[in-house]
Structures are given as C-alpha cells and as structure tokens.
Design a protein around this ligand. Structure first.
Ligand code: GDP
Length: 435
C-alpha cells in the first residue's frame, strides 16, 4: 500500500457492496470532490452541503448527489456521495468517469485513515469501524458501535492524561525544585496503581472479545450413538447431520452457527469416541480430540438409558465440560444428577440453552478489545506495574520518569497518539475497499 492520506489528492471508491442491488453509493473525497462531481453529474452548480440533489450522470444513469463540506464529512475532507442504480456496470462506469475527471481510486481503509489523520476519530475508533462492518452477531455489533463512539478511547485517554499530568509535575519539580519543592512519589504510585487496575479490567475483556468476534465454540462429543447429531439437528432446527442407529456415521467435524443472546455460537458435531480399527473413523476421532481442545465448552453426551460407563470416564474431557445424559424419554433412563435431555420430546434442551445464555452473558465483555489493543494493553500494564514498583522503592524521580514515558507511549499506541506510519499502514490495509 503506498503512503496515503495526502491532503492534496481526491479519492474515489464504491462504499456499498459489490453485487447487484437497488442502489449503490460511490464516495468522492478530497479538495476536488465538488469539481469532480460536477464533471460526472448534473446539475451540480452551487451545491448545498448535506442537501441531496436528483440529477443525471454522464454515463447514462440517474440518481442522487449528496455533498458534504470540508470539516463536516466522514473523512473530514470535502466529499460528495453519489447514489446510482445498484448495477455493478453503472458503478464501474461512474468510477471510471471520476478517475478520468482527476480522482484516484481509494486504497482499502483510506477514507477512514483520512478521518483519523484529520483528527475526526482516534485509532481505536477507526478500528471499530472495521469491527462494526465485520460484526456477525448482534452482541459483536453493539460492542463495536460502542467503541465507535469512543468507549475504549475514553478509558485510555483518561489513563494517559493522568500519566501526562504526573510527568509534567515531575519534570517541573526537577527544573524548579526550589520554587515548587520535590515531587511527591506517592502521587505516581497512586496513578500507576489505579492504571494497573483499569488495564487489568480491560484485559479481562480480551477473551470475551475474541468470543464476540469469532463466536463461542461448543463441541458436541461422546461415544457413538449417544445422540450428538440428533442434538445438533435439534439446536439448528434442521436435519443438518445424519442421524442413524449405525455407530460411527459422523466421521468429520460438522460446524454450524446459531445465535444465543446475540452471541454467535459455533456448534460442532464430532465423530463418536471409541476404539476403532477403521482408519477413516480413527482420523475423525483424532479430530474430535482437537475440536474438544480448542472449544470453549464441550457438551459431553452419554446415553442416559445405559448410564455413565468406564469408556465415558476415559473419553470425557476434564475441563470446560458439561456432562449431559441423553434419551431421558426412555423408560430405562437411569437417575442422575447430570444435565439431561431428550431430542425426541425436547425435554431438557431449553434449560441447557438458558444456562448457556447465562454463561454467554457473563462472558460478554464490557468493552471490545482487538488483538492489537491486547498487545499494547499488556505492555502498558507491564509498565504500570514497573512504575508502581519503582515509585515504591526509589527516592529519585529519574527512574519514575522513564517508566512514565514508556507507560504513556504504550497507551498512546492504542488510541494512535504515538503510532508510527508502519503501524497505520498495517491497520488500515486490513479494511475493505471503500471504507
Ligand atoms: P450420534 O452417533 O451420537 O450422533 O447419535 P445420533 O444422533 O445419530 O443418534 C443415534 C440413535 O439414537 C438414533 O437412532 C437416534 O434416533 C437415537 N436418539 C438420539 N437422541 C435420542 C433421544 O433423545 N431419545 C431417544 N429415544 N432416541 C434418541
């Protein structure tokens, strides 16, 4: 990706999806936006900001042009959004017209990068634009839009400002020790201690954020014929997996997603666990092991009409597992304290889903954290701890000042105050075209 964000060129890209649709939108942004719009659309004389105008495009289509004045647009630059019929051909011809009129095709993420460079949003907010677009579930979408309005940025800014205040006090007391006296190290200690607490809390959101982003993984495991595929079908309310009385039918992992409490839950039906001489089934069983290891939770199913067996004892994972007795509709069902269900009558399934919903609610993070944030939050947390230790142990402010600077720097990388061009290129290149 070339270095972008030059305030001197005007960029253009479609801002709606690629397929045919009723309407498609194209954005032109930069100092020549109005002039270029006037070359592809008419009438565009004396455009009034934020007032859409109906007219004709020179490539033959008709539609709307919506101008935004500099300082009042998504990017912060002069912008025109053009709405044509959602034909990919119309969009292509319009873009070609804009390029011929002097615009340059925007790089992925370039509109948002300009918004960042123009100070309209900070880095954490810019990243949540990508998160909002990528959100697959309602809970993910909600958290992403909260960050868009600055939930994470506010927390980080408050910590950074508190640290900058201490740095200013500390430096002033070094330069003007006679006038204002020595710096009170307990101030830094309190500030680091508070920051350490806040960062720890934000980091706790990291696991929940991963779940929001990629879904909560539940593997359905157990010996053959206990009812794993039947449960998957019941949860999906469709016949996705093959249900038979023949053991060993599910040989590969089947994954399907459902949404519970707004969180995407990825269910995987796995090969039944047993010793087998069948090479294909054995591969399936080893995949089951991998699936259990990477799942957030395993439903370990066993046939409740047979009861818990030594094989179950052997195969059942020891962590993050719910033991579930199946076929509780059968008269031979044996009494148990474990969770129970029947896919024939539906008994027990709502209770299990409700319990899962409660678990997901607890896991839903108050703030959405990306892997990049996590890395810098961990670094900042490390510097906060170091600063806390140093300000407890030393009497000279020099070392505290070093810790303060590192801490401030790490926090700035989250919101973008201390980000280098490489980091920006890395972040914005992950965007899709037209954002
Ligand atoms: P899997 O091998 O663990 O995936 O088990 P299946 O879902 O293929 O089910 C194995 C057999 O048990 C099939 O004949 C199902 O109809 C039957 N089965 C599954 N769940 C229940 C249940 O809750 N009650 C009864 N009575 N039969 C069930």
């Amino acid at each position: 990706m070339p270095s972008i964000g030059s305030p001197f060129d005007t960029i253009v890209a479609p801002i709606t999806g690629a397929g045919p649709a009723a309407v498609a939108a194209v954005r032109i942004s930069g100092p020549e936006a109005f002039a270029i719009a006037a070359k592809v659309f008419s009438p565009f004389d004396a455009p009034e900001p934020m007032r859409a105008r109906y007219g004709k495009f020179y490539h033959g289509d008709d539609g709307l042009a919506l101008p935004f004045a500099a300082g009042h647009s998504y990017t912060g630059d002069e912008t025109v959004e053009l709405f044509v019929h959602g034909s990919p051909v119309s969009v292509r011809l319009l873009i070609e017209g804009c390029l011929a009129a002097g615009a340059r095709l925007a790089e992925p993420g370039e509109f948002t990068q300009r918004a960042f460079l123009n100070g309209r949003i900070d880095l954490a907010q810019a990243e949540s634009v990508a998160e909002t677009i990528a959100a697959q579930s309602e809970a993910h979408f909600r958290r992403a839009t909260e960050n868009l309005s600055g939930a994470l940025s506010r927390e980080i800014r408050a910590l950074r400002e508190a640290a900058l205040t201490e740095l200013a006090h500390l430096e002033a007391s070094v330069d003007f020790s006679e006038e204002i006296g020595e710096y009170d190290l307990s101030r830094a200690k309190d500030m680091f201690s508070q920051g350490y607490g806040v960062l720890g809390r934000l980091l706790e959101s990291a696991r929940g954020s991963r779940i929001l982003r990629s879904g909560f993984r539940v593997s359905l495991a157990g010996r053959p014929n206990v009812g794993k595929s039947s449960l998957l079908n019941a949860l999906l309310r469709s016949d996705r997996a093959i249900v038979t009385e023949i053991p060993g039918t599910t040989r590969d992992v089947i994954r399907e997603a459902i949404e519970i409490e707004g969180v995407q839950v990825i269910l995987s039906d796995t090969a039944g666990l047993r010793d087998t001489a069948d090479a294909v089934e054995e591969i399936g069983i080893s995949r089951t092991g991998e699936e259990i290891a990477s799942a957030d939770l395993t439903f370990y199913l066993y046939d409740g009409s047979i009861g818990w067996t030594p094989e179950d004892e052997r195969w059942c994972p020891t962590e993050s597992v719910w033991r579930i007795a199946t076929k509780c509709d059968l008269p031979t069902f044996q009494p148990t304290d474990d969770r129970r269900l029947s896919t024939v009558t539906g008994e027990g399934i709502p209770e299990i889903l409700a319990e899962l919903a409660r678990m997901l609610e607890e896991l839903t993070p108050p703030i959405l954290i990306t892997d990049r944030h996590r890395e810098h939050l961990m670094a900042a947390e490390g510097f906060a701890l170091e600063g806390l230790t140093v300000s407890c142990l030393v009497t000279t402010p020099d070392l505290v000042s070093v810790c303060l600077n590192e801490y401030i720097n790490a926090l700035g990388k989250i919101s973008g105050e201390t980000s280098g061009p490489d980091m920006l290129t890395e972040i914005f290149s992950r965007f899709c075209l037209g954002k």
